[in-house]
Design a protein. Sequence first.
Length: 566
Amino acid sequence: MIKFYHKLLIILTTITVVSFLILGFIVHNSIYTISVDHQKRELLKQSKHIIQRYQAHQSSRIQDIAETYQANIHIITNGKTETLHTEKDFTIENRKDELLRQLHSENPVYILDGKSGEYLYGVKHQQTILLMSGKYDAVYDLQMQFWKYLILIGIVIMALIFFTVRYINRTYIQPINEVSYAASLLTQGNYKVRVPESSVKETRELYVTINVLARRLERLNSEQKIQRNRLVTTLENIPSAVLMIDKHGNIVVANKTFYEIFNETKNVEHQNYEKFLHPTLKKLVVEGFRTEKPVYDQVELQLSLIHQKFFDTSCVPILTRTKKRLQGMVIVLHDITQLKKLENLRRDFVANVSHELKTPITSMKGFTETLLDGAKNDEASLDMFLNIMLKESNRIQSLVNDLLDLSKIEQNTALDKHPINLSQVANNALDLIQPLASEKNIDLIDEIDEHITALADETKMSQVIVNLLSNAVNYSPPDKTITLRVYQNDKHKVIEVIDEGIGIAEEETVRIFERFYRVDKARSRESGGTGLGLSITKHIVEGYQGKIEVESEIGKGSTFRVQLPE
């Protein structure tokens, strides 16, 4: 591609050359015309002198004129030709007949050979014809001289054009090219580009302006990157699924949470939202586009055959500040599945507590009314009713105490920790459970390793072991065995309670640590259980960063295993 500098040089050179050629040809022809006219006038003047001298028989004077003009002179009178002077042979004299044919009056005839420069001149005066032939070099010499000067002037002007164009290029064109190149780099995102300061007054301001523009663009780009990174970081770390779609329904932004919640593996950006959103969500989006107002709703989405989730959904239209035209929409899906579960648990908890309290209170109220109706006078009935009322009040007290314990454990995220003798705690728990086991003739087997220590609280760990042992006794038939193991493996301190009870169905093992959940409700109430023991146990174990698990088989018994970290 030819640069502007070369284009300008070529154009000016071409214009100059063409102008000089046109001027040269015009002047060249003008020189020829003027010179020939001048020669004709001179020849006419001299021809009159020659004829006069000839008629006066002054041959010497004719000789002088011929030598001056270096011409051959011939005079024809009455058909006779007389040569008065012969300088040399001129080939143009072969055209005498042509000239004589043209010479019918006293008007002279002039013939000039453009190639040889020879001329033939004839004039008629009365009966005398004068012919002159020679070579007219002056016109060609003058033309050649003109062309020499014209070429010399052209060379000088070409040099001036070259240096002028070079100056213009260095002063104006090159700075403009540098600024243009810098501007192209700016459009490509290279905001660090700078142009050197110019010493030329006319272009200095242009250089300064482009550098100021580059610095401002660099600063704006940096600020934009910071804002973009903040937005991306916020969107990627926000726990809610966020979608941004344009006014045509194409997805512009989708954060990581959206892909995780909806298990999308393909890139959804630049795709239409209808391909990916649940029909329930599509309705909300359509409503938002139609009304151009925010739409809020809680939706339940069946994401798969087994996964069902609840979302607090917001569809907020994006409107321009000035004309309030719709530009798109932001969709935010906040997962409230856990809140729904907690709400259900709270509802179940309130119902269970109400039920657990209602039964003994109703029983106590009934027995109290019976006593007031006269049964108090019967000592046997009085003792029986009072014992039942005492038992029911103990159940209420146990339930309240377990609820208080559970509440304290949940509120105190950091439990007390200090080195304890876990083996001794386990032995003490066996001693506490022994009377309860003896009532059912259950044999407690001790498989406790000595000197097993742990970072925990004696009271809490005693509560864990007692809960597991009492649970095993309550759900074991008479004449069975319960084994308590305490040992240490490579990574954990382990407590195992193994019974030969009724066992737990596999589908119930995941729920036995829930509050008020009972495998056998009748057996639990008969034993005075509150249904909170295993839930309290699980909270205590997890408070020490441990875990509790159960292995069970219907009719063969269960194994509860607690693992505490080193």
